[in-house]
Design a protein. Structure first.
Ligand code: FMN
Length: 164
């Protein structure tokens, strides 16, 4: 393993706004998710679910920028839980899965546009999201037509405190 390579992957991943029309194989995305699934998850709940969005559903989602023209659109759902604190853990685990996927996708030249529109009640209904499940994102996936500049981040030192 090489820290420099991983650092490069983390630092150069961007939320992509505009995609080339070049198609992306669903099988490529699935093969990356087969790796991403080794994300941390408490009690091996593996709470992530993936919904590939077809053209009809995509039209009905009516995203303002049509996911930047991404050739593939995928919703990522996180299973619910009986207790609130367990539901939070599910969301955290699914978020780890998503970040794994985003970084893996980036290493093969793919980008993603993360949108939050899946949380809207009409979109939950459209996607048939079960009660208690969370829609963590609807991702447009494809090859970037433009790569935005990285936005500055707050120094970690400003986010750290020490306990006695
Ligand atoms: C939970 C979550 C929801 C997001 N929802 C949106 C969104 O609805 N629209 C959007 O443009 N970006 C969305 N983003 C992407 C962020 O805007 C983006 O990651 C941030 O601006 C930093 O840019 P970068 O990812 O290129 O470093 C979301 C990111 C997360 C983690």
């Amino acid at each position: 393993m090489n820290l420099e390579d991983l650092r490069e992957v983390v630092l150069t991943r961007r939320n992509i706004k505009v995609f080339k029309p070049d198609p992306v194989d669903e099988s490529l995305v699935l093969s990356l998710m087969e790796i991403a699934k080794f994300a941390p998850n408490h009690r091996m709940t593996q709470p992530w679910h993936i919904v590939f969005i077809g053209p009809e559903t995509r039209r009905q989602l009516n995203h303002k920028a049509d996911f930047g023209g991404a050739p593939l659109v995928v919703a990522i759902l996180s299973e619910g839980a009986a207790k609130d604190e367990d539901r939070v853990e599910q969301i955290v685990a699914t978020s780890c899965f998503i970040q794994n996927f985003l970084l893996l996708a980036h290493t093969v030249g793919l980008g993603a546009r993360w949108t939050s529109i899946g949380a809207q009640p009409q979109n939950r209904a459209l996607l048939g999201v079960p009660e208690g499940y969370d829609v963590l994102g609807i991702l447009g996936i494809g090859y970037a037509a433009e790569v935005p500049h990285a936005k500055d981040r707050t120094p970690i030192a400003d986010k750290v405190r020490h306990m006695p």
